[in-house]
Design a protein around this ligand. Structure first.
Ligand SMILES: N[C@@H](CCC(=O)N[C@@H](CS)C(=O)NCC(=O)O)C(=O)O
Length: 241
C-alpha cells in the first residue's frame, strides 16, 4: 500500500497516473493547498519542503520500515524502479528518459509555474515578469514540439515516466489560455496518452479531480489563502514557527 499525499495539480497528477499505470494499491490523502493543509508540522516530517506530492511506501521492495519520497521526479523514478516499468534499466534509453524527466522538473515545471503565477495570481502591472516567464515557457514548449516531431514519445519509441511528468501540464497551459493549435506534434502526443486506460482512470477518479477553485484563469485569493500559498504562513511553516 502506498500513501499518496496529493493535491490535484499537475505535479500530483503525474504520480496518480504512474500509480495507475503500474497497478499499485494506493490511497489518496488529499490536501487543500489554499487552506494550508501542506503547512503542518506533521506534513513537514514527510516533506520538509512542505509541497505536494509526496508518497509513503508502506511496503518497500527491500523490506524494512516505510519509505518516504518527495519531489515528483524522485517519486516517478522510485516507482519505476520498484515496478521495473517505464524507465529502462540501462544505457541510452535510460539516459534519455532521465534527461527529459529532469528537463521537466527543473525547467518546464518551474518556468510554467512562474508563468502561471504572474498570469493568474499576481497583482496587475507585472509586465516584465509576465513577459519573461511566458516567453521562456514558449521556448521550452518549442523544444518539446521539435522533439515530438521526431519521436512518438518524449524519450524515444516507448512511453515512459518522462511522458507522465510532462503530460498533466497541458491542463495548466490550457488554464493560462494556451491552445495546442500551434503545436501539432504535441497535440497528437497529448491525445495518444489521454487515451491510455490508466490515464483515463487517473483523470476520472473523484478523489483525484481538481476542484474548480484551482483552475480559474484569474485567481482571487483571500488574505488567508494568499498567506498560505505565497506569504507569511507559507514561510513560517519551513521556519517551524
Ligand atoms: N518540485 C516540486 C514542486 C512541488 C510543488 O510546487 N507543489 C505545489 C503544488 S503543484 C504545492 O505543494 N504548493 C503548495 C505550496 O507551495 O505551499 C515537485 O516536482 O514535486
Amino acid at each position: 500500500m502506498i500513501d499518496l499525499h496529493y493535491s490535484a495539480t499537475p505535479n500530483g497528477q503525474k504520480i496518480a497516473i504512474m500509480l495507475e499505470e503500474i497497478g499499485a494499491s494506493y490511497r489518496v490523502i488529499p490536501y487543500d493547498i489554499f487552506d494550508g493543509d501542506q503547512l503542518t508540522a506533521e506534513f513537514g516530517r514527510i516533506n520538509p519542503n512542505h509541497k505536494l506530492p509526496a508518497i509513503v511506501d508502506q511496503d518497500p521492495a527491500e523490506g524494512g520500515g516505510p519509505v518516504t519520497v518527495f519531489e515528483s521526479g524522485a517519486i516517478l523514478q522510485y516507482l519505476a524502479e520498484k515496478s521495473g516499468r517505464f524507465l529502462p534499466a540501462l544505457g541510452a534509453a535510460r539516459a534519455a528518459t532521465l534527461s527529459w524527466l529532469t528537463w521537466q522538473v527543473a525547467g518546464l515545471g518551474p518556468m510554467g509555474g512562474q508563468a502561471s503565477h504572474f498570469l493568474r495570481y499576481a497583482p496587475a502591472g507585472q509586465d516584465y515578469a509576465t513577459a519573461r516567464y511566458t516567453k521562456e515557457l514558449n521556448r521550452l514548449l518549442t523544444v518539446l514540439e521539435r522533439r515530438l516531431e521526431k519521436s512518438a514519445y518524449i524519450a524515444g519509441d516507448d512511453y515512459s515516466i518522462a511522458d507522465m511528468a510532462i503530460w498533466p501540464g497541458r491542463a495548466s497551459a490550457f488554464v493560462m489560455g494556451m491552445g495546442l493549435d500551434d503545436w501539432p506534434a504535441m497535440h497528437a502526443w497529448f491525445e495518444r496518452i489521454r487515451e491510455r486506460p490508466a490515464v483515463e482512470r487517473a483523470m476520472a477518479r473523484d478523489d483525484l479531480k481538481a476542484p474548480a477553485k484551482y483552475v480559474g484563469r484569474h485567481q482571487t485569493l483571500d488574505e488567508k489563502e494568499w498567506s498560505n500559498m505565497f506569504g507569511d504562513a507559507n514561510h513560517a511553516a519551513v521556519r517551524g514557527d
